[in-house]
Ligand binder design. Structure first.
Ligand code: AGP
Length: 613
C-alpha cells in the first residue's frame, strides 16, 4: 500500500516527513516524493525506487527551512512505478498538490471530463485526476474545493492536500483507506497512513473514519463530515505501541496482519471491475481483444507454490463456467514436457511477486510457442507484467510475510472475476447467474471480516491439542481439494510440521494407512455438491481413530457426531467456498506456528520471492 506523511508545525518539514516515510517502508513501495511550501512557493521532489534515491536528488533542499508539506511512498496500482507517476501530483498551476492512497474507480470518466475542460495531465495515475478536480472547484476555500471534488469521486482514498494559497493548512480526507492524525500542542499537526511516523512526536492520535475530512494547522485541527459538511468531535486516542509493534498495526506478526487485511484486499481487487447492476466484468489491463478470447480453445495455468493452488481452483471455475479446457502446471515442470501449445492457447501465469524464475521461464517458452500470455499479479511493473500481453492485477498491497495469505485470496478473487469475464465474452453464462455470482463475490469480504476474530479465538483454543503434532493431513474434495493443499503448505512452511494435502477420495488408495489415534486430520466438509462423499471419507478416518478437525457449514450438526473439533463457517455460494475455507486453514497454521515459537514472518530456508530456478 502507499504511504502518506504530512506535517505542519514548528519543526523543519523535511526531516519529519523523510523520517516518517522511512517508518512506513515496511509497507513496500516502488517510488517516493516530497513537497514543501517555502516563501509562498511549492517545491517538489520525486524519484523511482527507494527513499535514498529521493534524498540523493534533494541535496541542499534537505536543509530547507519549510515547516509544512507532504510526503508519499507509492505502491503502484495504476501506472508503472516511474518518477512521472510518483506522488505528489500537481494541478495545472503547480500551486496545488496531493498525495493519495487508494483506487479512484471512476477516474477514466473524470479524466476525460477534465481533459475536455483543458486540464493537462502529466501521468497515467488515477491520483492525478484528484488534483485537477480540486483545482477545477478551487476559488478561495481549499476545504470547500476538496469537499466538492470528493463528492464526484467513487472509490477509496486517503488524501493529503496542500495549496500555496493557504500556506498554514493541510487538508486530509479518508474513504476506505486508513489515515490518522497526530496532534501535539508544541510539536504541531501530523497526518499519516499508519501510526509509526507519529510515534517520535506524539502518542495522541485521531483516526479518521470513512467520508471524513480534516483541516490541520500547527496549533489546531478540525474534522468534518464530507457528506453533511458538519464539524465532528472525534475521540483522541493514546497509542501505547512501540515503533516495532506499530509497523504491524499492533498485530504480533505481519502474517496475522495480512490475514486480517484480506477483506480489504478482496474489496480492492474486485472494486471497479464488476458492475453491481449487470454483473458485467471489465479487465482493461488484460489487453486481449474479443477475437483473442473467442479464438482460444485451451488455457494453460502456470504457477508455483500457493499460486499453483490458486490455479487448481481456477481450473474448476473456468471449465465449469466458461467451458474452456484448462491444464494446470507447476511452473518448474511445465518447461520439461512436450507442450502442445500454439496461438489458440492462452497461458495464464499466476504470481504474487511477478518475479518467480520458474514461472517467468514458463511464460517465455509459451510465448515462443505462439501463446498469448496473461498474468495474475500483485506487483505493478514486475517482470512478468512487462513480458505478458496483459495483466489482471490483484490489489492486495505489499505482502511482507513470506507465507502468502492475502495475495492468495486476492488471486482467487481475481481468477473468479476472470472466469466471469470469459463466460460473458463467450456467452456461456446468463446475465442472471453472472449477477448473482458477482454479488456473492462482492459480499464475501464482509463475511470474512466478521468470521476472522471469532475463528481466531476458537482456533487459538483448539490448537492446544494439536500444536505439538509431528504430522498433519489436510483433506478436501472438488473445489476444496486445492485448499487442503494450501492449508498443508501453510502449516509446513511456518511451523515445520510435516503436513500433506490430499483429495479426500484418495485416502483409501494409500494414505489411510497413516491414520491412527496420533494422526491429526483437518477435513474440509462444507454443504456442497460433494458433501455426502466428503462425509463418507471423514467417517473412514473416524473409524480408524484419526484425530479429526472438521470445517463445515454453520448449522450442520451432523459434523459434531463425527468429532468434537468442528469450526463452523457461514453458508456462501459454494463456488466461493475455496476463498472462505482458506481462512481457517491460514489461522490454524498461524496459531500452531506461533504457539511453537517459530519465526512466522521469516521461516527458515524460505524467501518471499524465489527468483532462482
Ligand atoms: C506461499 O506461501 C509461498 N511463500 C510460495 O509457495 C509462493 O507462493 C511461491 O513461491 C510463488 O510465489 P509467486 O506467487 O510470487 O510467484
Amino acid at each position: 500500500m502507499c504511504g502518506i506523511v504530512g506535517y505542519v508545525g514548528r519543526r523543519r518539514l523535511v526531516p519529519v516527513v523523510l523520517g516518517g516515510l522511512k517508518r512506513l517502508e515496511y509497507r513496500g513501495y516502488d517510488s517516493a516524493g516530497i513537497v514543501y511550501l517555502q516563501d509562498g512557493k511549492l517545491t517538489k521532489f520525486r524519484s523511482e525506487g527507494k527513499l535514498q534515491n529521493l534524498e540523493n536528488i534533494m541535496e541542499d533542499a534537505l536543509g530547507a527551512s519549510s515547516h509544512i508539506g507532504l510526503g508519499h511512498t507509492r505502491w503502484a496500482t495504476h501506472g508503472a512505478p516511474t518518477t512521472e507517476n510518483a506522488h505528489p501530483h500537481s494541478d495545472c498551476t503547480g500551486e496545488l498538490v496531493v498525495v493519495h492512497n487508494g483506487i479512484i474507480e471512476n477516474y477514466h470518466s473524470l479524466r476525460n471530463e477534465l481533459l475536455e475542460k483543458g486540464h493537462k495531465f502529466a501521468s497515467e495515475t488515477d491520483t492525478e485526476v484528484l488534483v485537477h478536480l480540486i483545482e477545477d472547484y478551487l476559488e478561495d476555500d481549499l476545504q470547500e474545493a476538496v469537499t466538492k471534488a470528493l463528492a464526484r469521486v467513487e472509490g477509496s482514498y486517503a488524501l493529503g492536500v496542500l495549496w500555496s494559497g493557504m500556506p498554514d493548512t493541510l487538508i486530509a480526507a479518508r474513504n476506505h483507506c486508513p489515515l490518522v492524525l497526530g496532534i501535539h500542542e508544541e510539536e504541531g499537526g501530523f497526518m499519516a497512513s499508519d501510526i509509526p511516523p507519529l510515534l517520535p512526536y506524539t502518542d495522541q492520535v485521531v483516526f479518521l473514519d470513512d467520508k471524513e475530512l480534516a483541516v490541520l494547522q500547527a496549533d489546531n485541527y478540525a474534522v468534518y463530515s464530507l457528506e453533511t459538511g458538519e464539524q465532528i468531535e472525534k475521540e483522541v486516542k493514546t497509542i501505547a505501541w512501540n515503533a516495532a509493534m506499530a509497523e504491524k498495526g499492533g498485530y504480533k506478526h505481519f502474517m496475522l496482519k495480512e490475514i486480517y487485511e484480506q477483506p480489504q484486499a478482496i474489496i480492492d481487487t474486485v472494486s471497479g471491475r464488476i458492475n453491481p447492476e449487470t454483473g458485467s466484468v471489465t479487465l482493461p489491463e488484460m489487453n486481449l481483444s474479443d477475437e483473442d478470447l473467442t479464438g482460444i480453445d485451451r488455457i494453460f495455468l502456470v504457477a508455483c507454490g500457493t499460486s499453483w493452488h490458486a490455479a487448481l481452483v481456477a481450473k474448476y471455475w473456468i471449465e465449469r463456467w466458461a467451458g474452456i479446457p484448462v491444464e494446470v502446471d507447476i511452473a518448474s515442470e511445465f518447461r520439461y514436457r512436450k507442450l502442445l501449445i500454439n496461438e489458440r492457447v492462452l497461458t495464464v501465469a499466476i504470481s504474487q511477486s511477478g518475479e518467480t524464475a520458474d514461472t517467468l521461464a514458463g511464460i517465455r517458452l509459451a510465448k515462443e510457442l505462439g501463446s498469448k500470455i496473461v498474468t495474475i499479479c500483485n506487483v505493478v511493473g514486475s517482470t512478468m507484467t512487462r513480458e505478458a500481453h496483459g495483466t489482471v492485477y490483484t490489489h492486495a498491497g505489499p505482502e511482507i510475510g513470506v507465507a502468502s495469505t492475502k495475495a492468495f485470496t486476492s488471486q482467487l478473487a481475481a481468477l473468479f472475476l476472470f472466469t466471469l469475464f470469459l463466460a460473458e465474452k463467450r456467452g456461456t453464462m446468463d446475465a442472471k447467474t453472472r449477477l448473482e455470482l458477482g454479488k456473492e463475490l462482492i459480499s464475501l469480504a464482509t463475511v470474512i471480516e466478521k468470521v476472522l476474530p471469532v475463528l481466531q479465538d476458537e482456533i487459538k483454543e483448539l490448537i492446544e491439542n494439536y500444536y505439538d503434532s509431528r504430522d498433519f493431513l489436510f483433506v478436501g474434495r472438488g473445489l476444496n481439494f486445492p485448499i487442503a493443499l494450501e492449508g498443508a503448505l501453510k502449516l509446513k512452511e511456518i511451523s515445520y510440521i510435516h503436513a500433506e494435502g490430499y483429495a479426500s477420495g484418495e485416502l483409501k488408495h494409500g494414505p489411510i494407512a497413516l491414520i491412527d489415534k496420533d494422526m491429526p486430520i483437518l477435513g474440509i466438509t462444507p454443504r456442497d455438491a460433494v458433501y455426502q462423499k466428503s462425509i463418507s471419507n471423514v467417517e473412514e478416518i473416524k473409524a480408524r481413530q484419526g484425530r479429526l478437525i472438521l470445517i463445515g457449514t454453520k448449522g450442520d450438526d451432523h459434523l459434531k457426531t463425527i468429532t468434537d473439533d468442528v469450526l463452523y463457517l457461514p453458508e456462501v455460494h459454494e463456488e466461493l467456498n475455496p476463498i472462505l475455507y482458506t481462512i481457517p486453514a491460514q489461522l490454524l497454521s498461524y496459531e500452531i506456528a506461533s504457539r511453537r515459537g517459530c519465526d512466522v514472518d521469516q521461516p527458515r530456508n524460505l524467501a518471499k520471492s524465489v527468483t532462482v530456478e
